[in-house]
Ligand binder design. Structure first.
Ligand code: NAP
Length: 300
């Protein structure tokens, strides 16, 4: 029996593992994909204290290695369910069942789809959700990014160094992401903002050929791009645990800053928790809080 199972090895889960191990609790981290969560796709983190610049991959690798060196055990299995047995909890994965005295759900979020016809079929054939992963395929080509948050801004900046031309399509004229990034984009002469516009059609044969966008007045424009990078936000990954934690209408876990859920011994941390500011620094903060609360629960 493990003291604390942490579901998710993103910044929140990894930080929780560090805090729980430093409190001498046994820790099993279950991760469906690879360690790091969404931050691994961020080319350059500029707003986390200590380093003016660090790549998401380097950041995640350092925290992962720190947690491993402290004795956290990692298994790369997707948690598909959670059972409350009272004093113990059972985490169900596709392969196994694991028991723990406390569980921290730090599953983060996944890419939101644009919802335009043909999107799924064109993934890997022009449509991507990760500029750092796929940007190199569009060297010297024209691409579009859709979204107005920090991810879209960072993706557009990254692609401006790789592609010939980058259109940034956003449904409003004000950006949700940081002004510092928007200002950098304005300085690039190969970046064009296409504002108050939404993607209404994907033109493709086997691969994406162009993207149709429509503005608020109903004017249609065709962007001749071979790549479309979708960065329209994230959807929290809580559904597999919905029987034990309260979710709001958008699917976020309802828990206050103490990361406690309605089920004793079950905690939530990171981007899957409902909160005002979803940032790297608040994800790691959640990890520290959730682990501290879990330790308190175990020692009570
Ligand atoms: P986000 O901040 O939720 O932004 C999503 C953007 O997509 C918004 O501009 C939204 O428009 C737009 N959008 C949503 N649905 C759409 C649709 N169906 N069609 C067209 N546009 C749509 O998401 P994010 O950029 O992925 O960022 C997620 C969180 O991670 C944020 O808190 C962000 O600050 C954080 N993040 C931080 C860093 C960093 O600190 N370095 C880097 C990346 C992300 P509206 O604005 O009109 O709603």
């Amino acid at each position: 029996m493990t003291d604390i199972i942490i579901i998710g090895a993103g910044p929140a889960g990894l930080t929780a593992a560090i805090y729980a191990r430093r409190a001498a609790k046994s820790v099993l981290v279950l991760e469906a994909k690879s360690y790091g969560g969404q931050i691994i796709n961020t080319p350059d983190i500029e707003n986390y204290p200590v380093a003016a610049h660090i790549s998401g991959f380097d950041f995640a690798t350092k925290v992962y290695e720190q947690a491993k060196a402290l004795g956290a055990v990692f298994k790369f299995e997707k948690a598909v369910g959670l059972r409350d047995n009272g004093d113990t909890k059972t985490v169900i994965t596709a392969k196994n069942e694991y028991e723990a005295k406390a569980v921290i759900i730090a599953t983060g979020s996944e890419n939101r789809k644009l919802g335009v016809e043909g999107e799924d079929k064109l993934v890997g054939r022009g449509i991507s959700y990760c500029a750092t992963c796929d940007g190199a395929f569009f060297r010297k080509k024209d691409v579009a990014v859709v979204g107005g948050g920090n991810t879209a801004i960072e993706d557009a900046l990254y692609l401006a160094d790789v592609a010939d031309k980058v259109y940034l399509v956003h449904r409003r004229d004000a950006f949700r992401g940081e002004e510092a990034g928007v200002a950098k984009l304005r300085e690039r002469d190969n970046v064009e903002f296409v504002l108050n516009s939404v993607v209404t059609k994907l033109n493709a044969d086997r691969r994406l050929q162009s993207v149709e966008v429509t503005d608020r007045q109903g004017n249609v424009r065709v962007l001749e791009v071979s790549g479309l990078f979708v960065a329209v936000g994230r959807v929290p990954e809580n559904q597999n645990f919905a029987s034990l934690i309260e979710l709001d209408s958008a699917g976020y876990a309802v828990a206050a800053e103490d990361c406690l859920t309605g089920t004793a011994g079950v905690f939530v941390a990171g981007d899957n928790r409902r909160k005002e500011v979803h940032q790297l620094v608040t994800a790691t903060a959640d990890g520290a809080v959730a682990a501290t609360e879990a330790v308190k629960y175990l020692n009570a």
